[in-house]
Design a protein around this ligand. Structure first.
Ligand code: RB5
Length: 147
């Protein structure tokens, strides 16, 4: 799978762990930054990952900041992107199956690396269930006439 990763300075170490894990199991991984500990603005990286996933350049995206919250708020402003903050595997699976959330947001200050990798694996192993969920997802699109 083509997967892009982005983080701010507060998500740098967890992003590196996720990058290594995903490459080790055969995914094609792109890191859009940030690359060092200098303080940066998380919306810049959220927007880049969200655009790549919404356009189909990548199939999935993972964003890491201190809490995951800012990344998700910013990513969800990009049309066609659905991003979810997740702290355990059950919600990770549901976010994909029910919400077609192809961008996963994690908080390095909240979720330890072991749990984070379980979350990532659970989410990657899930796919959108469609059916009744498809209409609900369509209602969330900007400009939806049914929303
Ligand atoms: C950076 O201090 C922090 O605000 C950011 O990483 C993130 O948690 C925002 O939602």
């Amino acid at each position: 799978m083509r997967i892009c990763l982005g983080s701010d300075h507060a998500g740098l170490e967890l992003k590196a762990r996720i990058f290594a894990h995903l490459e080790s199991i055969g995914h094609t991984v792109t890191d859009v930054g940030t690359v060092g500990p200098t303080s940066v603005d998380y919306p810049d990286f959220a927007r880049e990952v969200a655009r790549r996933v919404a356009s189909g350049t990548d199939e999935r995206g993972v964003l890491v900041c201190g809490t995951g919250q800012g990344m998700a708020i910013a990513a969800n402003k990009v049309a066609g992107c659905r991003a979810a903050v997740v702290g355990e595997p059950f919600s990770a699976v549901a976010a994909m199956e029910h919400n077609d959330a192809r961008v996963l947001c994690l908080g390095q200050r909240v979720t330890g690396p072991g749990l984070a990798l379980l979350i990532v694996d659970a989410w990657l192993g899930a796919s959108f269930a469609g059916g009744r969920h498809a209409g609900r997802v369509a209602k969330m699109e900007p400009g939806s006439v049914t929303g």
